[in-house]
Design a protein around this ligand. Sequence first.
Ligand code: PA5
Length: 449
Amino acid sequence: MKHIGLDIDNMLPFAGKEALAALQKDLYYHYQVLINKTGRGNNFLGWMELPVNSDPALADSIEQDMRYLKDRVEVVVVAGIGGSYLGARAVIEALTNPFSSYCNKKEHPVILYAGHHLSESYMARLLEFLQSRSYALVVISKSGTTTEPAIAFRLLKKQLEAKHGKAGARERIIAITDKSRGALKSLADTEDYKTYVIPDDVGGRFSVLSPVGLLPIALAGINIRELLEGAAAQYAICHASAEFGENPAALYAACRNLLYRMGKPVEVLVNYEPSLFYMGEWWKQLFGESEGKMQRGIFPATVNFTTDLHSMGQYLQDGLRILFETVLSVAETPARVSLEEEPSNLDGLNFLAGTSLTRINHMAETGTLLAHVDGGVPVMRITIPELNAFHIGELLYFFEFACALSAYILEVNPFDQPGVEAYKANMFALLGKPGYENEAAAIRKRLNW
Ligand code: PA5
């Protein structure tokens, strides 16, 4: 059985074997804290066992919903933000054909997203698009009070009820939320919606392997059992040993902290597959929201190659030397599209005759890696044997485990996010939400309104 792995050959010359070995003791300590659940935020460690303790009835119920909706609707709109959005989208985009929404005959509904921003033009166009289509709604919010998905859900629900009546809409709405708290829970109970529970001890950005991710992923036609199997395989690896040679996630957590301590506070996650764009978005949230606190943390950035080699390539090669790269390196696939020899060779590409696009992409990856290393950028590679549900499941767990461990090494609580409240208080004050009168008065004074 192949697994995802970590190659640090092009990072080690920058950090040195001795420095890495010296970190092993520190790492081992934090690893024990994580595994034994004795660290900061340890009431939010439920994600750790999701791949191995998942109730079989959950997958059955999700697959039943999938079969029910597949025959009834063309579109499923998933309303959620942050951890209640990005994980599902990352997996769906990684594993589905981006052109399938343009095909006439679809096996599964097209998944669209709402509630992940406040754009009126997006919502107006979405409502217009949905008007003439059959659709279902999945609304996801652990707190049940997040403004963006709540607004989107109110608007979409109204349209769905206008089309099908309350009873018809009820058959097309599923809520995923807390077991007892929050406005969404009361709303779902009052309206008698089908509901999935987000476990108390699973925080938003660590919830992709709970119903939060599994339901939308299954609705898109992806095999969630294979995804969970992959995550369980990575669970076994992560929990068996803290040794660098045996635990790539622990090694990754250690290496990124070593580079951070060496004055490299920016990590750039690189992909060479457009389908991994949202994996990068999910990864940014996972690490950014977990580590960026107490004036600490590695800043997570992403680039999409080779596209961004024509925009960000210059900076990466030659700009401020504050960054390191982690490349999502997908193994070469059997050739499906190759270039052929042309007699005229007007475009000068005959030297590539007989070469597949996957090979050309890999040579771009290797060439770029060598150039960036020469330019002073340490590079790690996460090797992915194939883009399938099993290895994506592995990757999700690999990053979650590495993130928790890395945050512990940084000595921050990976599972809280006190900083995200600041903007909300100002926004609510500006919008006149009851209870924010004092903040509103202070803002008016500050802005001379
Ligand atoms: O990781 C987190 O906790 C956040 O990103 C949340 O997922 C996000 O704010 C959405 O919260 P909720 O699910 O409560 O609507």
